[in-house]
Ligand binder design. Structure first.
Ligand code: CMP
Length: 557
């Protein structure tokens, strides 16, 4: 009985993340045996630990604990691993690890760390800068093979650098540490997480007692979110000089959810080998005469139209876009054609989109296209009255990125989930907003007053439905949101569908209004009609907000 009591005291049991964090605060060295439920803590080392405790434990600087990998978030990378692992924790950090029940090594390390701790406590030496270990999932060989088959995205890890580390200017340092350890930062996004995002993203911590404080902290300032990929030279563990500065989320099943959450465009980019985006332009004459058939042909040929925008280019815009051709003979004709009416700009996605689109277009000169490649689009969709070819494609991936930015700059729009839809369809609508690749930069549930509604819809004053509209919009809470992405204004309008749900059901049955609107007045959602209106209404509803700071720049390395 006495022996058993001694054993319990020798190794504290860590049952959850909170107890893990409490353990980190204990003075001195704690050696944690990380175990799996099916095999229990490692018995082979207990006698050794007892001996060490007896020999070196009198000044209470040596502690032992056991933790089941499934119970503690920090230990997620150790889940389902057969080999015992012993983590050394000192001064709030994980500083070392011994894998396997290697008694001599454990003993040597315990003695060395303790000696140093004693000196620090006695004031004989300052605490040295210690590198915190961050553990990455080490995959079993068959797991790796499965993952290769399942696709690239499972190899990504999401690292969140939290607001305090960002405020202290530690981002660069952390990124440098990651890359020096052989990992590649594949995408990087600065973002103030909103409450909903924190709750959603950290939902596995929601039962923890301090979760509300944690949410408040996480929304208090910008975080940096990184997608990290293991490079060929990567170490198995990644040393990072930060205890609580960032969170690592690398569970395989969560990977695609996290990517979709923070990097919708990155996910699109990563869903297949060499999935690319390119810019296509349908010039005014073709758009006027054969709009439906060219759009159908593009989709039949395997391209996804990810973004589209109809735009009448001003002369300045056309000059700017075609600057590299300004000295060519055909430049005046090109300018005239491009400013003669609406052009349709398309963001096309598929594997090798740039090259495939160019091949499909065929030669630039219509006569050559007709002679050499009669099945090419420029031959098939030539318009007799127009002197130049009617379709454009980016010349290279780099050019595509620039041209897409020209037609589809990152922008914000105002979106409102109206009172009638809020209670019943809020989650569905928000889910579809995220699925469509929007970032919800701001979101507030608010009861719009009649005065604000009247001002907000002032453009409709005098319409027969104006009074009803004001009354309806102020009769209960709405959700007002700032949505951000490339081409946000137009893409949100497309997702909403036509104002009248009857028309929406006919023309766009997948749209939000087709799904959730009751009638033309209670039509579920609102969106800005132009980028200028978006800025005005965002400022009206959200006050003097710095829109630039909300821009989420995705950097693809
Ligand atoms: P919204 O996109 O918010 O912009 C103006 C709103 O006026 C519109 O959605 C509808 O809710 C409302 N509306 C527009 N036309 C009518 C109509 N004919 N009858 C009633 N309400 C309308």
């Amino acid at each position: 009985m006495a022996g058993k009591k001694k054993e319990i005291q020798l190794q504290a049991t860590i049952l959850n993340q909170t107890q893990w964090e409490e353990m980190l605060l204990v003075k001195g060295l704690t050696v944690v045996d990380v175990y799996q439920a099916w095999c229990g803590p490692c018995k082979a080392v207990v006698n050794l630990f007892r001996r060490l405790k007896n020999e070196y434990g009198e000044d209470d600087l040596l502690h032992f604990a056991v933790a089941e990998a499934d119970n503690v978030l920090t230990l997620a990378p150790f889940r389902d691993k057969c080999e015992p692992a012993f983590i050394f924790c000192v001064d709030g950090k994980m500083i070392d690890i011994v894998k396997g029940a290697n008694g001599p090594l454990l003993s040597k390390k315990v003695v060395a760390v303790l000696e140093q701790e004693r000196k620090i406590v006695a004031g004989e030496m300052p605490r040295p800068e210690v590198q915190e270990l961050i553990f990455f999932e080490e995959k079993e060989p068959e797991e790796e093979a499965e993952e290769e088959e399942a696709g690239e995205q499972e190899k990504y890890t999401v690292v969140i650098i939290k607001p305090d580390a960002v405020a202290e200017g530690k981002v660069e340092e952390i990124i440098q540490t990651i890359t020096e350890a052989g990992f590649i930062v594949a995408a990087h996004n600065e973002k103030i997480l909103n409450e909903e995002e924190v709750r959603d993203f950290y939902r596995n911590r929601s039962e923890e007692p301090d979760f509300e404080d944690f949410v408040a902290f996480m929304v208090s300032g910008p975080s940096h979110i990184l997608i990290v990929v293991e490079g060929k030279e990567a170490h198995e563990v990644m040393p990072l000089e930060m205890s609580n500065l960032c969170d690592i989320h690398d569970s395989v099943e969560e990977a695609s959810r996290q990517l979709a959450f923070f990097f919708p465009d990155f996910l699109k980019k990563a869903t297949g080998p060499n999935v690319e985006r390119t810019l296509a332009l349908i010039r005014p004459a073709l758009l006027r005469e054969r709009r439906e058939s060219i759009l159908k042909r593009i989709e039949d040929d395997g391209f996804t139209i990810a973004m589209q925008k109809e735009i009448v280019l001003t002369e300045d815009q056309a000059r700017q876009f075609y600057k590299e051709h300004e000295n060519e003979d055909f430049f005046p004709v090109l300018l005239e054609e491009m400013t003669s009416g609406p052009t349709l700009a398309l963001g096309l996605v598929r594997e090798n989109a740039v090259e495939k689109w160019r091949k499909l277009l065929g030669p630039k000169v219509i006569e050559e296209a007709k002679e050499q490649c009669p099945n090419s689009l420029r031959a098939e969709f030539a318009i007799d009255s127009a002197p130049i070819n009617q379709l454009h494609g980016s010349a290279s991936a780099g050019q595509a990125a620039k041209e897409l930015e020209f037609f589809f700059p990152v922008e914000h729009t105002l979106a409102v989930i109206k009172p009638s839809a809020l209670e019943e369809h809020k989650d569905d609508i928000i889910g579809q907003v995220k699925e469509a690749g929007f970032i919800i930069s701001e979101m507030q549930e608010t009861h719009i007053t009649p005065e604000i509604a009247a001002q907000f819809y002032k453009a409709h004053e005098g319409q027969p439905f104006y009074e009803q509209l004001v009354e309806y919009m102020s009769k209960g809470p709405s959700m007002v949101m700032i949505l951000t992405k490339e081409n946000a204004v137009e893409d949100w309008r497309k997702l909403m569908g036509p104002t009248d749900p009857e028309a929406a059901k006919q023309i766009s049955p997948q749209s939000l209004r087709a799904q959730f609107a009751q009638d033309i007045l209670r039509n579920a959602v609102h969106g800005s009609s132009t980028a200028d209106h978006a800025v005005q209404s965002i400022q009206y509803l959200f006050g003097d907000i710095d829109l630039e700071s909300l821009k989420h720049k995705l950097i693809y390395l």
